[in-house]
Ligand binder design. Structure first.
Ligand code: GLC
Ligand code: CA
Length: 545
């Protein structure tokens, strides 16, 4: 492969001749300018070698997942930066909470050495996180706890320091030129997220939708999509359980007014899904903010994040009746494989939940209960379960990506023995795992209770969504799967409310599952009617028999 590449390169490289200046009054001799020498890149083919999956069948469709930023989770070696070994140490914590899967923000070697979306090497790990064998140790340790691990896959763009881009940039006749998107004349009329995505470089222009330092791959070039699929197999062969695909809405650009959710994006997603289907029990979820339902469909990604729904969940928790209506109807408008969430690592999707709700814990619990009990595959954002706020003194994305609050220590937060690489959460002294895991009244305990319901009830994890009624500041729905029948009553209002239920199974006995020790909520009559009173700003979960 590399010999072929060199031969191709030798043909492609144009030798530039310059006239030497110097030599008084003599003839000038042509000498070669320093010619561009391509960087060695590994784009060799990777054959499928599936190590299999030790996870239970269907693990990926019941959730819940935790989105984890390795850099901010736990530092095992005292350099102030989170790492794979640190995350391994925290797996028992995640298991106890009831987490079934992890989504790791990019763990591949990056140029940015922070969020990781500027990928420098798709087949190497970020050095500060550990080696590839540390990473495989993490995957194996997670599997031993019954937890799957998916990693971010960034197919839309790379780092500008990625060897492929450097080779593409080196010469217009480079064999790699067409791996990225170049134009010889400056394109006009483009605006993506308010920016002109074309950047001048040595007399030509390359396209980069997110940042000049993250040039976009040319995904209309089959060699490029094949290269990415080889990278995917590289990680799948190591036992990775799937991918969260970054920026899928942005893949192919057909013109200045045709750069979002282009038809080719669905095709590329489907072909990645087909690749994963060759492996046992893998999972694919797309970030496709332009069309969540379309990309969650089985003929595209099969699962995608429910952008927009996150904001409705927060507003519903605040008692907004229109948002409660929207939240109630949502499961009927999207595939059940929609990936639901309240907040994530991008400030475009809102601040941390604690900050969005101004620290109102009753509303926080309602938001959590709603998405953890409705259909969908819930994704918690690390620290959400302990009420982590934004980072002290930080704004924008960094504010969302502070080190995890493990203890009340305001200097290190239990995250590191050194100085944390980034400011801790503003509320670390009061909202942290050490304070909350032992407290029956804490947010953590509430999250654990909701996840225990989900993990213990097939109807909640994967059942149908029935008899839903949104009325004022209340929402009720049933979840059913085989013999498991669960009724959820959410009162977002400021006063106790009696729910007049009309669609229960005739003569159903109602046993309160949450709050724990709630006893019986009575029996439905022969027409399936019953009245149940739910305290202000609270959730009641009832087993129907
Ligand atoms: C996605 C990621 C975001 C990243 C961007 C570019 O939107 O969620 O964090 O900056 O893609 O990779
Ligand atoms: Ca470290």
């Amino acid at each position: 492969m590399s010999t072929m590449r060199k031969a191709r390169w030798a043909l492609a490289v144009a030798t530039v001749l310059l006239t030497a200046c110097g030599g008084s009054g003599g003839s000038s001799a042509p000498v070669s300018a320093p010619t561009f020498t391509p960087i060695a890149v590994d784009d060799s083919a990777v054959a499928q070698a599936d190590p299999g999956s030790p996870l239970p069948a269907g693990w990926q469709f019941s959730g819940a997942f935790m989105e984890v930023f390795v850099r901010s989770y736990f530092d095992s070696n005292g350099d102030g930066i989170g790492d794979f070994q640190g995350l391994i140490q925290k797996l028992p914590y995640l298991k106890a909470l009831g987490i079934k899967g992890l989504w790791l923000l990019p763990i591949t070697a990056s140029e940015d050495h922070d969020h990781g979306y500027a990928v420098e090497d798709y087949r190497a790990t970020e050095p500060a996180y550990g080696t590839t064998s540390d990473f495989t140790a993490l995957v194996q340790a997670a599997h031993a706890q019954g937890i799957g691990v998916i990693i971010d896959y960034v197919e839309n763009h790379s780092a500008q320091t990625n060897g492929h881009f450097v080779n593409s940039q080196g010469s217009a006749s480079s064999a790699w030129r067409d791996w990225y998107i170049w134009q010889a004349t400056q394109p006009t009329g483009w605006s993506i997220y308010g920016n002109n995505p074309w950047y001048a470089d040595n007399g030509a222009w390359y396209l980069a939708e997110f940042s000049s330092t993250m040039p976009d791959w040319n995904l209309t070039n089959a060699t490029v999509t094949a290269y990415h699929q080889n990278n995917m197999r590289f990680w799948l062969n190591l036992g990775v359980d799937g991918f969260r695909y970054d920026a899928v809405s942005n893949y192919v650009k057909n013109g200045p007014n045709a750069w979002l959710d282009q038809p080719q994006n669905y095709t590329i997603a489907a072909s990645n899904q087909a690749l994963l289907a060759q492996y046992k029990q893998r999972y694919m979820v797309c970030e496709a903010s332009g069309d969540p339902a379309g990309f969650a469909a089985s003929n595209a990604c099969g699962s995608a994040f429910g952008f927009g729904h996150n904001a409705d969940l927060i507003k519903a928790a605040q008692g907004n009746a229109a948002a409660i209506q929207a939240v109630a109807a949502y499961p009927t408008q999207v595939p059940a494989t929609i990936a639901t969430f309240l907040a994530n690592h991008d400030s475009g999707n809102g601040a941390r939940v604690y900050d969005q709700l101004g620290g109102n814990l009753a509303q926080y619990r309602l938001a959590a209960a709603t998405y953890l009990l409705q259909p969908g595959i819930p994704f918690l954002y690390y620290g959400e379960e302990v009420g982590m706020s934004g980072g002290q003194g930080l704004t924008g994305d960094p504010a969302l990506r502070s080190p995890m609050s493990w203890t009340a220590d305001t200097a290190k937060g239990g995250f590191t023995t050194a100085t944390p690489y980034r400011a801790l959460a503003g509320n670390v002294a009061t909202f942290n795992a050490a304070a909350e895991t032992g407290d029956p009244a804490s947010l953590y305990t509430f999250y654990a209770a909701m996840l225990a319901l989900r993990n213990g009830h097939p109807a909640i994890a994967q059942g149908s969504y029935d008899a839903w009624v949104a009325s004022g500041t209340t929402l009720s729905f049933q979840r059913n799967l085989a013999a498991d029948h669960v009724l959820v009553l959410l009162n977002y209002g400021a006063a106790p409310t009696s729910f007049a239920l009309t669609s229960l199974p005739a003569n159903a006995q109602m046993t309160v599952l949450y709050p724990a020790g709630g006893g019986s909520a009575g029996t439905a009559n022969g027409n399936g009617q019953a009245a149940v009173t739910v305290p202000a700003q609270s959730v009641m979960v009832i087993q129907l028999n």
